[in-house]
Write a protein that binds this ligand. Structure first.
Ligand SMILES: Nc1nc(=O)c2c([nH]1)NC[C@@H]1CN(c3ccc(C(=O)N[C@@H](CCC(=O)O)C(=O)O)cc3)CN21
Ligand SMILES: O=c1ccn([C@H]2C[C@H](O)[C@@H](COP(=O)(O)O)O2)c(=O)[nH]1
Length: 283
Protein backbone atom coordinates (compact mmCIF):
# COMPACT_ATOMS: atom_id res chain seq x y z
CA UNK A 1 0.00 0.00 0.00
CA UNK A 2 1.10 3.55 -0.69
CA UNK A 3 3.17 4.87 2.19
CA UNK A 4 1.72 8.34 1.55
CA UNK A 5 -1.74 6.93 2.37
CA UNK A 6 -0.49 5.52 5.65
CA UNK A 7 1.03 8.88 6.62
CA UNK A 8 -2.15 10.71 5.58
CA UNK A 9 -4.47 8.37 7.49
CA UNK A 10 -2.36 8.56 10.67
CA UNK A 11 -2.09 12.35 10.46
CA UNK A 12 -5.84 12.85 9.89
CA UNK A 13 -6.75 10.40 12.67
CA UNK A 14 -4.48 12.25 15.06
CA UNK A 15 -5.92 15.67 14.09
CA UNK A 16 -9.51 14.42 14.47
CA UNK A 17 -8.82 12.69 17.80
CA UNK A 18 -6.35 15.05 19.49
CA UNK A 19 -6.59 18.31 17.52
CA UNK A 20 -7.65 21.74 18.77
CA UNK A 21 -10.96 23.09 17.48
CA UNK A 22 -10.62 26.78 16.50
CA UNK A 23 -14.38 27.41 16.66
CA UNK A 24 -15.06 30.83 18.16
CA UNK A 25 -11.46 32.01 17.68
CA UNK A 26 -10.66 35.01 15.49
CA UNK A 27 -9.82 33.31 12.17
CA UNK A 28 -9.00 34.87 8.78
CA UNK A 29 -10.56 32.62 6.11
CA UNK A 30 -14.25 32.47 5.25
CA UNK A 31 -16.60 30.27 3.24
CA UNK A 32 -17.32 32.38 0.20
CA UNK A 33 -20.99 31.34 -0.20
CA UNK A 34 -22.11 32.35 3.31
CA UNK A 35 -19.28 34.68 4.44
CA UNK A 36 -19.08 32.61 7.62
CA UNK A 37 -15.72 32.03 9.32
CA UNK A 38 -13.97 28.85 8.14
CA UNK A 39 -12.98 27.11 11.38
CA UNK A 40 -10.59 24.17 11.55
CA UNK A 41 -9.39 21.35 13.77
CA UNK A 42 -5.62 21.59 13.92
CA UNK A 43 -2.46 19.90 15.11
CA UNK A 44 0.66 21.92 15.73
CA UNK A 45 4.07 20.76 14.52
CA UNK A 46 3.46 17.78 12.26
CA UNK A 47 6.54 16.19 10.69
CA UNK A 48 6.15 13.63 7.90
CA UNK A 49 9.10 11.82 6.29
CA UNK A 50 8.98 10.19 2.86
CA UNK A 51 11.80 8.10 1.38
CA UNK A 52 11.73 9.11 -2.29
CA UNK A 53 14.27 6.40 -3.16
CA UNK A 54 11.70 3.75 -2.17
CA UNK A 55 8.37 5.10 -3.39
CA UNK A 56 6.71 8.17 -4.87
CA UNK A 57 4.43 9.74 -2.21
CA UNK A 58 1.13 9.97 -4.12
CA UNK A 59 -2.16 9.46 -2.31
CA UNK A 60 -4.39 6.67 -3.61
CA UNK A 61 -7.36 7.38 -1.31
CA UNK A 62 -8.36 9.94 -3.96
CA UNK A 63 -6.46 11.14 -7.03
CA UNK A 64 -4.03 14.04 -6.67
CA UNK A 65 -4.17 16.18 -9.80
CA UNK A 66 -0.61 15.41 -10.86
CA UNK A 67 -0.48 17.52 -14.05
CA UNK A 68 -1.85 20.62 -12.32
CA UNK A 69 0.48 20.07 -9.35
CA UNK A 70 3.50 19.93 -11.62
CA UNK A 71 2.23 22.89 -13.64
CA UNK A 72 2.00 24.97 -10.44
CA UNK A 73 5.44 23.96 -9.17
CA UNK A 74 6.98 24.89 -12.55
CA UNK A 75 4.98 28.15 -12.50
CA UNK A 76 6.64 29.06 -9.21
CA UNK A 77 10.16 27.61 -9.51
CA UNK A 78 10.89 27.63 -13.25
CA UNK A 79 8.70 30.36 -14.78
CA UNK A 80 9.04 32.36 -11.54
CA UNK A 81 5.67 33.88 -12.31
CA UNK A 82 3.16 35.52 -9.99
CA UNK A 83 0.49 35.84 -12.68
CA UNK A 84 -2.33 33.34 -13.08
CA UNK A 85 -2.25 33.86 -16.86
CA UNK A 86 0.93 31.73 -16.84
CA UNK A 87 -0.83 28.94 -14.91
CA UNK A 88 -2.97 26.34 -16.69
CA UNK A 89 -5.32 25.60 -13.73
CA UNK A 90 -7.73 27.91 -11.93
CA UNK A 91 -6.65 27.14 -8.37
CA UNK A 92 -5.29 30.66 -7.75
CA UNK A 93 -8.15 32.60 -9.39
CA UNK A 94 -9.76 33.69 -6.10
CA UNK A 95 -6.51 35.25 -4.88
CA UNK A 96 -5.52 37.17 -8.04
CA UNK A 97 -6.23 40.82 -8.83
CA UNK A 98 -7.89 42.11 -12.03
CA UNK A 99 -4.57 41.84 -13.92
CA UNK A 100 -4.05 38.23 -12.78
CA UNK A 101 -1.32 39.01 -10.26
CA UNK A 102 -1.06 37.35 -6.82
CA UNK A 103 1.33 40.11 -5.77
CA UNK A 104 4.89 39.62 -4.58
CA UNK A 105 4.26 36.00 -3.54
CA UNK A 106 5.69 32.65 -4.70
CA UNK A 107 7.32 32.92 -8.17
CA UNK A 108 8.09 36.60 -7.65
CA UNK A 109 10.24 35.73 -4.61
CA UNK A 110 11.97 32.78 -6.30
CA UNK A 111 13.01 35.08 -9.17
CA UNK A 112 14.20 37.95 -6.99
CA UNK A 113 17.99 38.28 -7.17
CA UNK A 114 20.32 38.66 -4.22
CA UNK A 115 24.01 39.36 -4.03
CA UNK A 116 26.45 36.60 -3.02
CA UNK A 117 30.25 36.53 -3.02
CA UNK A 118 30.13 34.92 -6.48
CA UNK A 119 27.69 37.49 -7.88
CA UNK A 120 23.94 37.96 -8.25
CA UNK A 121 21.62 34.93 -8.27
CA UNK A 122 17.93 34.31 -7.85
CA UNK A 123 16.88 31.66 -5.33
CA UNK A 124 16.59 28.63 -7.63
CA UNK A 125 19.72 29.44 -9.60
CA UNK A 126 21.62 29.75 -6.33
CA UNK A 127 20.37 26.32 -5.21
CA UNK A 128 21.48 24.75 -8.50
CA UNK A 129 24.86 26.54 -8.31
CA UNK A 130 25.46 25.30 -4.75
CA UNK A 131 24.33 21.73 -5.49
CA UNK A 132 26.76 21.59 -8.41
CA UNK A 133 29.68 23.44 -6.86
CA UNK A 134 29.42 22.88 -3.13
CA UNK A 135 27.02 19.98 -2.62
CA UNK A 136 27.92 19.25 1.03
CA UNK A 137 27.14 22.81 2.08
CA UNK A 138 24.64 23.16 4.93
CA UNK A 139 23.55 26.51 3.54
CA UNK A 140 21.50 25.40 0.54
CA UNK A 141 18.05 26.82 1.17
CA UNK A 142 15.32 29.08 -0.14
CA UNK A 143 12.88 31.34 1.68
CA UNK A 144 9.97 33.13 0.08
CA UNK A 145 8.48 34.46 3.33
CA UNK A 146 9.87 37.92 2.76
CA UNK A 147 8.56 40.25 5.47
CA UNK A 148 9.27 43.45 3.59
CA UNK A 149 7.03 42.30 0.71
CA UNK A 150 4.17 40.72 2.71
CA UNK A 151 1.96 43.80 2.37
CA UNK A 152 1.94 43.25 -1.42
CA UNK A 153 0.81 39.60 -1.27
CA UNK A 154 -2.84 38.60 -1.54
CA UNK A 155 -2.14 35.41 0.40
CA UNK A 156 1.02 34.92 2.42
CA UNK A 157 3.12 31.94 1.24
CA UNK A 158 2.19 28.72 3.04
CA UNK A 159 4.93 26.41 1.74
CA UNK A 160 7.69 28.95 2.27
CA UNK A 161 11.10 27.34 2.59
CA UNK A 162 13.12 24.47 1.14
CA UNK A 163 16.35 23.20 2.66
CA UNK A 164 18.49 20.88 0.54
CA UNK A 165 21.00 18.55 2.13
CA UNK A 166 23.28 16.12 0.31
CA UNK A 167 24.55 12.85 1.76
CA UNK A 168 27.03 10.42 0.23
CA UNK A 169 25.73 6.96 -0.62
CA UNK A 170 27.34 4.55 1.87
CA UNK A 171 27.74 1.90 -0.83
CA UNK A 172 28.94 3.70 -3.96
CA UNK A 173 29.78 7.22 -2.73
CA UNK A 174 27.24 8.78 -5.12
CA UNK A 175 25.44 11.93 -4.07
CA UNK A 176 21.96 11.73 -2.58
CA UNK A 177 19.69 14.77 -2.51
CA UNK A 178 17.44 15.14 0.54
CA UNK A 179 15.08 18.02 1.16
CA UNK A 180 12.93 19.61 3.83
CA UNK A 181 9.83 21.64 3.06
CA UNK A 182 8.82 24.05 5.78
CA UNK A 183 5.18 24.97 5.65
CA UNK A 184 3.51 27.35 8.12
CA UNK A 185 -0.06 26.36 7.26
CA UNK A 186 -1.54 23.36 5.45
CA UNK A 187 -5.13 22.70 4.40
CA UNK A 188 -4.94 18.93 4.76
CA UNK A 189 -7.77 17.91 2.44
CA UNK A 190 -7.18 20.40 -0.37
CA UNK A 191 -3.43 20.67 -0.45
CA UNK A 192 -1.52 18.25 1.80
CA UNK A 193 -0.77 15.62 -0.82
CA UNK A 194 -0.80 18.33 -3.48
CA UNK A 195 2.14 20.06 -1.75
CA UNK A 196 3.92 16.76 -0.98
CA UNK A 197 3.73 15.64 -4.62
CA UNK A 198 4.95 19.05 -5.81
CA UNK A 199 8.03 19.19 -3.63
CA UNK A 200 8.81 15.51 -4.23
CA UNK A 201 8.77 16.26 -7.98
CA UNK A 202 10.96 19.34 -7.48
CA UNK A 203 13.46 17.25 -5.50
CA UNK A 204 13.51 14.61 -8.28
CA UNK A 205 14.06 17.29 -10.94
CA UNK A 206 16.90 18.99 -9.08
CA UNK A 207 18.56 15.65 -8.28
CA UNK A 208 18.53 14.70 -11.95
CA UNK A 209 19.97 17.96 -13.28
CA UNK A 210 22.67 17.93 -10.58
CA UNK A 211 23.65 14.28 -11.18
CA UNK A 212 22.31 12.97 -7.88
CA UNK A 213 19.90 10.31 -6.65
CA UNK A 214 16.91 11.21 -4.51
CA UNK A 215 16.84 10.48 -0.79
CA UNK A 216 14.40 11.64 1.85
CA UNK A 217 11.79 14.37 1.68
CA UNK A 218 10.74 15.77 5.06
CA UNK A 219 7.57 17.83 5.34
CA UNK A 220 7.40 20.06 8.41
CA UNK A 221 3.97 21.61 8.98
CA UNK A 222 3.43 24.19 11.73
CA UNK A 223 -0.40 24.32 11.53
CA UNK A 224 -1.90 21.16 10.00
CA UNK A 225 -5.63 21.72 9.78
CA UNK A 226 -8.87 20.18 8.61
CA UNK A 227 -11.58 22.76 7.78
CA UNK A 228 -14.99 22.19 9.42
CA UNK A 229 -16.71 21.47 6.09
CA UNK A 230 -13.99 18.92 5.25
CA UNK A 231 -14.36 16.80 8.40
CA UNK A 232 -17.05 14.43 7.03
CA UNK A 233 -15.11 14.06 3.74
CA UNK A 234 -11.88 13.22 5.59
CA UNK A 235 -13.69 10.71 7.83
CA UNK A 236 -15.01 8.92 4.74
CA UNK A 237 -11.65 9.11 2.88
CA UNK A 238 -9.60 7.52 5.65
CA UNK A 239 -11.92 4.50 5.75
CA UNK A 240 -10.90 3.62 2.19
CA UNK A 241 -8.40 0.81 1.59
CA UNK A 242 -5.02 2.18 0.42
CA UNK A 243 -3.79 0.90 -2.95
CA UNK A 244 -0.26 0.36 -4.28
CA UNK A 245 1.80 3.48 -4.89
CA UNK A 246 2.36 4.43 -8.56
CA UNK A 247 5.73 4.41 -10.23
CA UNK A 248 7.39 7.73 -10.94
CA UNK A 249 8.92 8.43 -14.36
CA UNK A 250 11.15 11.37 -15.18
CA UNK A 251 12.50 12.00 -18.67
CA UNK A 252 16.20 11.02 -18.36
CA UNK A 253 17.13 13.25 -21.31
CA UNK A 254 16.53 16.48 -19.39
CA UNK A 255 19.78 17.86 -17.98
CA UNK A 256 18.80 21.51 -17.55
CA UNK A 257 16.14 22.48 -14.99
CA UNK A 258 14.71 25.07 -17.42
CA UNK A 259 13.98 22.38 -20.04
CA UNK A 260 11.44 20.46 -17.92
CA UNK A 261 7.81 20.58 -19.04
CA UNK A 262 4.79 18.95 -17.38
CA UNK A 263 5.17 16.06 -19.85
CA UNK A 264 8.65 15.16 -18.60
CA UNK A 265 7.33 13.61 -15.39
CA UNK A 266 4.60 10.98 -15.13
CA UNK A 267 2.94 8.65 -12.67
CA UNK A 268 2.74 5.15 -14.12
CA UNK A 269 -0.02 2.81 -12.92
CA UNK A 270 -1.55 5.49 -10.73
CA UNK A 271 -4.63 3.64 -9.47
CA UNK A 272 -6.82 5.49 -7.00
CA UNK A 273 -10.21 5.50 -5.35
CA UNK A 274 -12.83 7.88 -6.74
CA UNK A 275 -12.36 11.65 -6.67
CA UNK A 276 -14.34 13.63 -4.12
CA UNK A 277 -16.14 16.19 -6.25
CA UNK A 278 -16.70 19.88 -5.43
CA UNK A 279 -14.53 20.20 -2.35
CA UNK A 280 -15.18 23.70 -0.97
CA UNK A 281 -12.00 25.81 -0.58
CA UNK A 282 -11.92 28.46 2.17
CA UNK A 283 -10.87 31.91 0.91
N1 LIG B 1 -8.01 27.30 1.93
C1 LIG B 1 -7.04 27.17 1.02
N2 LIG B 1 -6.51 25.94 0.81
C2 LIG B 1 -5.52 25.77 -0.09
O1 LIG B 1 -5.07 24.62 -0.26
C3 LIG B 1 -5.06 26.89 -0.84
C4 LIG B 1 -5.64 28.15 -0.59
N3 LIG B 1 -6.62 28.25 0.33
N4 LIG B 1 -5.23 29.24 -1.29
C5 LIG B 1 -4.20 29.20 -2.26
C6 LIG B 1 -3.85 27.88 -2.76
C7 LIG B 1 -4.66 27.34 -3.89
N5 LIG B 1 -4.53 25.90 -3.68
C8 LIG B 1 -5.40 24.99 -4.22
C9 LIG B 1 -6.70 25.34 -4.50
C10 LIG B 1 -7.57 24.41 -5.03
C11 LIG B 1 -7.13 23.13 -5.29
C12 LIG B 1 -8.10 22.16 -5.90
O2 LIG B 1 -9.23 22.49 -6.15
N6 LIG B 1 -7.71 20.96 -6.14
C13 LIG B 1 -8.60 19.94 -6.71
C14 LIG B 1 -7.99 19.38 -7.94
C15 LIG B 1 -7.72 20.41 -8.94
C16 LIG B 1 -6.92 19.90 -10.08
O3 LIG B 1 -6.51 18.75 -10.16
O4 LIG B 1 -6.72 20.74 -10.92
C17 LIG B 1 -8.79 18.82 -5.73
O5 LIG B 1 -9.70 18.01 -5.93
O6 LIG B 1 -8.02 18.77 -4.77
C18 LIG B 1 -5.81 22.77 -5.03
C19 LIG B 1 -4.93 23.71 -4.48
C20 LIG B 1 -3.74 25.65 -2.52
N7 LIG B 1 -4.00 26.83 -1.77
O1 LIG C 1 0.32 25.63 -1.07
C1 LIG C 1 -0.59 25.89 -0.25
C2 LIG C 1 -1.24 27.11 -0.22
C3 LIG C 1 -2.20 27.33 0.69
N1 LIG C 1 -2.57 26.38 1.59
C4 LIG C 1 -3.66 26.67 2.56
C5 LIG C 1 -3.34 26.66 4.02
C6 LIG C 1 -4.45 27.52 4.61
O2 LIG C 1 -5.63 26.73 4.77
C7 LIG C 1 -4.69 28.55 3.52
C8 LIG C 1 -3.97 29.86 3.78
O3 LIG C 1 -4.52 30.53 4.87
P1 LIG C 1 -3.63 31.31 5.99
O4 LIG C 1 -4.65 31.95 6.87
O5 LIG C 1 -2.79 32.31 5.26
O6 LIG C 1 -2.81 30.26 6.71
O7 LIG C 1 -4.17 27.97 2.33
C9 LIG C 1 -1.94 25.15 1.57
O8 LIG C 1 -2.26 24.23 2.35
N2 LIG C 1 -0.95 24.94 0.66
Amino acid sequence: MSYADEVFINMCTSILENGTDTKGEKVRPIWEDTNEPAYTIKNFGVVNRYDLSKEFPALTLRPTGFKNCVDEILWIWQKKSNNIKDLNSHIWDEWADEKGSIGTAYGYQIGKKSRYKEGWFDQIDRVIYDLKNNPYSRRIMTNIYCHEDLHLMNLYPCAYSMTFNVTADKEDGGLILNSILNQRSNDILTANNWNVVQYAVLTHMLAQVCGMKVGEFVHVIADAHIYDRHVPIIKELIKREPLEAPEFWINPEIKDFYDFTVDDVKLINYKTHAQVKNIPVAV
